[in-house]
Design a protein. Structure first.
Length: 370
């Protein structure tokens, strides 16, 4: 088990917000960009901040979080050799390996048929289950053939689904985040390595790609600056393509991590029967929102943004305004979101910009929206 230290820190004010409906992200029910100039977002405003609570801390880096049933699941990406487990759930002051210890034991060159290779995301599934997105790309060294997969487990650790990405995953693919439309049996996954979207038919398990290398899915020529310091790798700004993704009312929202522009497209145009040219003509350029990692939709269609440069969570409203929901030094590289059953918002702080010398613990924060 992996040790956690629990702390609590409450902010001063509380903002009212509706409990997410079943159309919101992560609940059981649910050519040319150049020709369309990016609209100016309406003046950002700051609302009174809701209560902010650190519910868990870790010495090891995590990215994903999923509140499903009575549990909060987390995952640790294989970006270094210091990965004690790939997937677990909060258990008192520890993280219990999930579905069991054996799934965490893969080593390079070994068989991975019943083991995780390099997990990037965990997302709630129906009836207390959890989806696990395995990139199959440890250390960004390239996808191991057959290792990029999507799993679903029930709360007892029984594997309910396994969907391999197969040839749809390129050598440099990195399956990053995922959203589900269970009513239409579809899942949508971002590829932050090659740039593009995966569309999964959950009934047939067939997968196809959409918007490959389109400008809207590719990194922009920009440098992310956090706490006054540019985020660089090898002296250069990283190029991270489609990363954050959100789903609401038939619209898929997405953004490149090293980008500042939020886009959306109708999900019906991501089907195999639609020509790629038709898709690209339908892309809507919404606003310049700044670099974001994770996205998630709220019940009213608001898109919650992990605002990297501001150590904040911001909200793009349906009317085009942008609110700062919570801003705090502890929100250090907000990575992934998950709604709780009580209508609060969980976010991981993964401190990616601080590299191997984090300036504080990796944490999970709860934003109280009741």
């Amino acid at each position: 088990m992996h040790h956690l230290k629990w702390t609590i820190a409450i902010s001063l004010l509380l903002t009212a917000c509706s409990t997410p409906s079943k159309q919101a992200d992560e609940t059981p029910k649910e050519e040319s960009v150049e020709a369309s100039k990016t609209p100016e977002a309406q003046t950002s405003k700051t609302t009174p901040e809701p209560a902010l609570e650190v519910i868990a801390e870790s010495k090891n880096q995590w990215t994903g979080v999923a509140a499903s049933g009575a549990r909060v699941y987390v995952n640790y990406p294989r970006w270094s050799d210091n990965v004690p487990i790939s997937v677990g759930y909060l258990d008192g002051e520890d993280v219990a390996p999930f579905p069991d210890t054996s799934w965490q034991t893969w080593q390079p060159g070994q068989d991975f048929s019943q083991k995780f290779v390099a997990v990037q995301s965990v997302v709630p599934g129906p009836e207390g289950s959890v989806w696990v997105l395995d990139t199959g790309n440890p250390g960004f060294q390239g996808v191991i053939e057959g290792a990029a997969r999507l799993f679903r487990f029930d709360a007892n650790g029984n594997k309910l689904d396994e969907i391999p990405f197969g040839d749809s995953a390129k050598t440099n693919s990195y399956t990053n985040d995922i959203r589900f439309d269970l009513e239409n049996q579809r899942a949508y996954v971002t590829d932050s390595g090659a740039g593009g979207l995966f569309v999964i038919d959950l009934e047939t398990k067939e997968i196809h790609r959409a918007l490959d290398a389109h400008p809207s899915v590719m990194a922009e020529d920009t440098t992310i600056t956090i706490d006054g310091k540019p985020w660089l790798r090898g002296g250069n700004p990283p190029q991270v393509h489609t990363d954050g993704i959100a789903l609401h009312d038939g619209w898929l929202y997405y953004q490149a991590l090293t980008g500042r522009t939020l886009y959306r497209i109708p999900t019906e145009l991501l089907e195999t029967t639609v020509e790629e040219a038709t898709r690209t003509e339908a892309i809507e350029t919404l606003a310049e929102v700044g670099p974001s990692d994770g996205l998630i939709a709220g019940p009213d269609g608001s898109i919650y943004l992990s605002s990297l440069e501001s150590n904040a969570v911001r909200v793009y409203r349906p009317d085009g305004t942008i609110d700062t929901l919570a801003q705090d030094a502890r929100i250090a590289w907000p990575d992934s979101f998950s709604w709780t059953s009580e209508g609060d918002l969980l976010v991981t702080a993964s401190r990616i910009h601080q590299g191997g010398n984090p300036q504080g613990p990796y944490s999970i924060l709860k934003i109280d929206l009741k």
